[in-house]
Design a protein around this ligand. Structure first.
Ligand code: FE2
Length: 248
């Protein structure tokens, strides 16, 4: 696989921002890749989409995916060392934290959270309803010195008729990350509408693949032209922060 990547290295990128900051590529730790082989083939598919730096973000959700820095580190080390050494593509890991009491406990314990960059922490909430104390949870993260990023706000149906929630999050200093596939209608019409609203209003700080499996990667690749067109207003104004995360 790595030889394959090398021979492809002159291939033109599909997406101009080469950093993806949201995916589930570590083997066997969450609902993403189940094994090393799948991880490697997903990484190759994302390479084909133009990505050269992957910050993968396994779920940390105590009830479902009780990951820790250590469990994720073990999974990361299962991947071949050449992945980062040969230079065509790099992979590092952070996490996507479900904003529950467990995050509060982690903060209180003083354990550093896994950040995608500097003090930036990727967070997610329930798809059923927003936590009633969401403001407090985000505020606690900020007081602890972190800058929260809300993953895929467009996917939370309870905000589709309350679009002021997006503006309120931004006013509170929360960054917003939209999934590339949301823009195309992959998650449904209303999600697409919300994602396009966020782009139109200039509220999007980051975009991510949220790649869990091959269908995600191949759809992103297939729909890349349409996605780029929909992102054009942000790209023209140089509003996306993905490139700021670049290490190489
Ligand atoms: Fe995710």
């Amino acid at each position: 696989m790595f030889g394959l990547l090398k021979s492809k290295s002159k291939q033109q990128s599909v997406f101009p921002f080469v950093v993806d900051m949201h995916s589930h590529l570590l083997p066997g730790v969450d609902d993403g890749s189940p094994d090393v082989e799948t991880s490697l083939s997903l990484i190759e598919s994302l390479y084909d989409c133009g990505f050269r730096e992957l910050i993968t973000t396994p779920h940390i959700y105590k009830d479902l995916y009780p990951n820790t820095r250590d469990t994720l580190s073990v999974a990361y080390q299962e991947l071949p060392k050449q992945l980062n050494a040969q230079g065509d593509i790099s992979l590092r890991f952070a996490a996507e934290y479900f904003l529950d009491e467990h995050v509060e406990e982690l903060i209180k314990s003083g354990q550093p959270l896994l950040t995608i960059y500097d003090n930036w922490v990727l967070t997610e909430i329930s798809f059923v309803q927003a936590p009633i104390d969401l403001d407090n949870r985000l505020f606690d993260l900020q007081v602890a010195g972190y800058k929260p990023i809300m993953a895929h706000p467009e996917r939370y149906a309870y905000w589709h008729q309350q679009k002021q929630s997006y503006h309120e999050l931004k006013e509170r200093g929360v960054m917003l990350q939209v999934n590339l596939l949301s823009l195309t209608g992959y998650y449904g019409r209303q999600v697409a509408e919300a994602a396009r609203y966020l782009v139109k209003e200039g509220l999007v700080d980051l975009v991510g693949t949220d790649c869990h499996h091959h269908r995600h990667a191949t759809t992103i690749w297939r729909e890349s032209g349409a996605i780029l067109k929909l992102l054009d207003p942000l790209l023209k104004k140089d509003r996306l922060l993905n490139m700021q995360l670049q290490k190489n």
